[in-house]
Write a protein that binds this ligand. Structure first.
Ligand code: P6P
Length: 340
């Protein structure tokens, strides 16, 4: 049953709990929701309009850029550049930090985002998503342009994080650190309505999500862990289910609701894994921890990593706390085997 708690009202009620709040974060989240609605409209008609396929360009990582990626990036930039709440932005689609145009007021927040994650799935109509991460600036809040230092903060410093999943319905999931809330877009009147109140991830799941095609590159401990799940030694004889969409937002969203673990590991081909710390792993880790889950790089908490580069990659093991503890145990116990 969807009750008529709109995202806007929920954000404002959250703000009331903090007397010191200026309303800037609320306005920022509201602007993000607006961008999400516009992106959702385009994603949902992508099959009908010629905005599929490749632009012929490559992004900063040398990956072929799909038109919808660029559209989503542009939408977010245009929605966020003039609100006066941000001093700087960063996007997966841009090599360097993105300055607020000089004729707009600069605020105290920093926004990092992956405009359309999982975009290789667009043509197959698989769920894709937008991921966002918000910090307070660390340089003086004097209206000056934000800097790279403002962007490169550890995930524990996030003031809010969220994602939008464009699937069978469009959902916006966000947290300010106190609870995780899911809102489903009612296209009839363009409002995000509270559909998942105070989401908590199951303590242990029955799902593991990993690209098993990379098996031969995995560390011995990871191979043993996945085999352990398949042998179902500890779990009443029923093995875990393998579920992997190849779209981080969709895989983690499912595991958030059902329980389980998502893994994109470091391996012999990808020594730091594939996923990006600042606008994929940190925001998803902030959300999952706020829902009672865990997120590590194989050993340490993702949120405590001190970033060094804007687009740096990290390995990630994220999901139900018991499952993350179990994989950490297997990796630690077999670390010696790796040096043999
Ligand atoms: P692989 C999509 O391209 C993405 O960035 C994430 O959304 C997804 O989890 C991962 O890459 C899939 O990578 O190597 O398994 O295809």
């Amino acid at each position: 049953m969807i009750n008529f708690m709109t995202l806007t009202r929920h954000i404002l009620e959250g703000e009331k709990k903090h007397p010191e709040a200026t309303g800037e974060l609320s306005a920022l989240l509201h602007d993000l929701a607006l961008a999400a609605k516009v992106i959702s409209l385009e994603v949902n008609k992508a099959g009908l309009v010629d905005i599929l396929g490749f632009t012929g360009d490559n992004n900063v990582h040398g990956e072929q850029v799909k038109k919808l990626d660029v559209f989503a990036h542009d939408m977010l930039y245009k929605a966020m550049d003039h609100g006066g709440h941000l001093c700087v932005m960063a996007s997966e689609e841009e090599e360097n930090i993105i300055h607020i145009p000089p004729h707009f007021k600069r605020g105290k927040y920093v926004l990092l985002f992956d405009p359309l994650d999982g975009s290789s799935n667009i043509d197959a109509n698989v769920s894709i998503g937008t991921i966002f991460s918000i910090y307070k600036r660390v340089t003086p809040d004097d209206g000056s342009p934000g800097t790279l230092e403002d962007c490169l903060q550890p995930g524990v410093k996030q003031v809010a994080a969220g994602y939008v999943i464009y699937g069978s319905s469009t959902m916006l999931v966000y947290t300010t650190g106190e609870g995780v809330y899911g809102f489903t877009l009612d296209p009839a009147f363009g409002e995000f309505l509270l559909s998942h109140d105070n989401i908590k991830i199951p303590k242990k799941g029955r799902i593991y999500s990993i690209n098993e095609g990379n098996y031969k590159y995995w560390r011995p401990g990871l191979k043993k862990y996945i085999k352990h799940l398949q042998d179902a030694v500890d779990y009443d004889g029923k093995p875990y289910s393998a579920r992997y969409i190849g779209s981080m937002v969709a895989d983690i969203h499912r595991n958030l609701l059902y329980g389980g673990i998502f893994i994109y590991p470091a391996d012999r081909r990808n020594p730091n894994g594939k996923l990006r710390l600042m606008y994929e792993c940190n925001p998803m880790a902030f959300i999952i921890e706020a829902a009672g889950g865990k997120a590590i790089d194989g050993k340490n908490r993702i949120l405590e990593i001190q970033p060094e580069e804007l687009h740096q990659r990290v390995p990630i093991y994220i999901g139900s706390p018991d499952d993350v503890d179990m994989v950490r145990k297997f990796l630690a116990e077999n670390e010696m085997a790796e040096t043999e």
